[in-house]
Ligand binder design. Structure first.
Ligand SMILES: CC(C)(COP(=O)(O)OP(=O)(O)OC[C@H]1O[C@@H](n2cnc3c(N)ncnc32)[C@H](O)[C@@H]1OP(=O)(O)O)[C@@H](O)C(=O)NCCC(=O)NCCS
Length: 174
């Protein structure tokens, strides 16, 4: 098969992937999110189809960032000067939690989601966190496939329960 049209084709594909990964290294950088990034991150979430809820208002996101130093991250396209990806990481004292990972649709499937998650995972490991968790909406198979590729296990023996404690925005300053 060596030097066959098929092997040459596979080599070209592998080379293309390598070139694009190297390009990504140069173009897309990850840094910690600040509250000044809020509008840009909201745009990424909305364009990526994330459901925006009461916990995603500016004061709530500020509280998340303040509570979890170094765990809320954005990815920037240096050339375009725009935020193209984001994730919120949180530590509850036992588990690490991952919320709202998103990459702008025009930049998906370039290895950038994995790059953001690798960085967040590195940071959780540096904090000696035993296990990290996340929730995916039932039927969002693409995202499940993505996380399985990154080594996450589907825990279909577990279900999630929640209880809403507040239905309105907090009063100003609260
Ligand atoms: C989930 C998401 C962040 C993935 O980002 P991405 O940059 O497109 O993913 P990557 O390019 O880094 O993919 C990493 C691996 O997962 C695979 N993958 C990514 N999306 C996939 C999909 N929809 N179906 C199957 N595999 C997928 C890639 O093929 C790649 O595998 P490879 O290394 O073998 O080539 C992105 O699809 C997204 O923003 N989705 C919408 C928002 C969302 O639903 N977020 C999850 C909230 S729980």
């Amino acid at each position: 098969m060596r030097d066959s049209p098929l092997s040459n084709f596979i080599e070209v594909l592998a080379l293309k992937k390598l070139v694009s990964m190297t390009r990504n290294e140069d173009l897309f950088t990850i840094r910690e999110m600040t509250i000044e990034d809020y509008n840009s991150v909201l745009r990424v979430w909305k364009e990526a189809g994330i459901d925006i809820g009461l916990s995603d208002t500016k004061p709530e996101i500020k509280r998340m960032i303040d509570h979890n130093p170094g765990l809320c991250l954005v990815m920037e396209d240096k050339e375009a000067g725009e935020i193209i990806g984001a994730v919120l990481g949180g530590f509850d004292g036992r588990r690490g939690w991952v919320h709202h990972l998103a990459v702008l649709p025009k930049h998906q499937r370039k290895g950038l989601g994995k790059k953001i998650m690798d960085e967040l995972e590195k940071r959780f490991k540096a904090m000696n966190v035993v296990k990290i968790k996340l929730e995916v909406v039932q039927g969002n198979q693409g995202v499940i496939d993505f996380y399985e590729k990154l080594g996450w296990d589907l825990r279909d023996e577990l279900i999630t329960m929640s209880k809403t404690l507040r239905k309105q925005n907090r009063a100003k300053g609260a």
